[in-house]
Design a protein around this ligand. Structure first.
Ligand code: GDP
Length: 297
């Protein structure tokens, strides 16, 4: 079924109310049911939806909307504001360490878009922040990940540190930082290994890298198309590794982006970037307000 915008859906409820003069408890309930459906259709995790709907009900709908002349707009405004706030309100920038180089680890499941995102973020840092990044090829498990990063590095004309696929990710990460210092690079972006599913070995290796290099940022790369699954992925990585931010990829697809809300809700960390295509410059800073509008349809 094609999704109708929330505004349209709510209109039907408001039409019914017209002429009755007063908005009943039942009307509010019905409106929130529409909001709930809209969020579920946008692939927001059901637990997250439940909490959200309850919060919104408590915060404003009861009073403001009932007294308002245009309850429809009010509900949408409140829902929009609340969604924006839940996703962090403001745009959140990538951190810079006090002492260069700033080390950023990118983690995520295989296929999420990690390797591509390493190059995209590096390109972004150079283009918009005038930084000089070095890329570290520490995904020693996915065949071709190292080649892929080297190719991307060439394309960007940026240094890539690699020790092949037999070295340990910890040695690669450390070596990359050394090289960055020698070459006066101020960011080191580490491409780490993913797996098809979360497992202990994967987490153990990532923890080792974290321990060894104490990154300023650990960004979890999540495929926005995975919808509901994004919650489990985000929860596991955050519990076991501790992440500082997320990058949502493949937002150029037809997903409405509910994963953004879910990831933010279960981890509490900001989403910093959005991948919007396969090309190297198809990366946007993440704007909570724009995403709220997209989720609401
Ligand atoms: P990794 O296994 O996590 O390192 O994943 P890759 O970086 O190899 O990406 C997996 C696939 O997703 C590749 O075909 C990428 O081109 C594609 N990809 C990555 N980010 C995006 C994005 O934002 N939009 C689209 N459409 N494709 C993406």
């Amino acid at each position: 079924m094609a999704f109708e915008g929330l505004a349209e859906r709510l209109q039907a409820t408001f039409d019914k109310m017209k002429g009755r003069g007063k908005v009943s408890e039942a009307d509010v309930k019905e409106m929130m049911r529409e909001v709930r459906l809209a969020l579920l259709e946008a692939d927001v995790n059901f637990k997250v939806v439940k909490k959200f709907v309850n919060d919104v009900k408590e915060r404003a709908v009861g009073q403001e909307v009932m007294k308002s002349l245009t309850p429809g707009q009010q509900v949408i405004k409140v829902v929009n504001e609340e969604l924006t706030a839940l996703m962090g309100g403001e745009q959140s920038k990538i951190a810079t360490a006090q002492k260069a180089p700033t080390v950023v680890m990118l983690a995520g499941l295989q296929g999420a878009g990690k390797t591509t995102t390493v190059a995209k973020v590096a390109n972004h840092l150079r283009k918009h922040n005038n930084r000089k990044p070095l890329l570290a090829a520490a995904d020693v498990y996915r065949p071709a990940a190292i080649d892929q990063l080297e190719t991307l590095g060439k394309q960007l004309n940026m240094p890539v540190f690699s020790l092949g696929d037999q070295a340990s990710p910890v040695d690669i990460a450390k070596g990359a930082i050394e090289q960055a210092k020698e070459e006066h690079c101020d960011y080191v972006l580490i491409d780490t290994a993913g797996r098809l599913h979360i497992d202990e070995n994967l987490m153990g290796e990532l923890q080792d890298v974290k321990e060894a290099v104490q990154p300023e940022e650990i960004l979890l790369v999540v495929d926005a198309m995975t919808g509901q699954d994004a919650v489990n992925v985000a929860e596991s990585f955050n519990d076991q590794l501790g992440i500082t931010g997320a990058v949502l990829t493949k937002l150029d697809g037809d997903t409405r982006g509910g994963a953004a809300l879910s990831v933010r809700q279960v981890t509490g960390v900001p989403i910093k970037f959005a991948g919007v295509g396969e090309k190297i410059d198809e990366l946007d800073e993440f704007h909570p307000e724009r995403m709220a509008s997209r989720i609401l349809g």
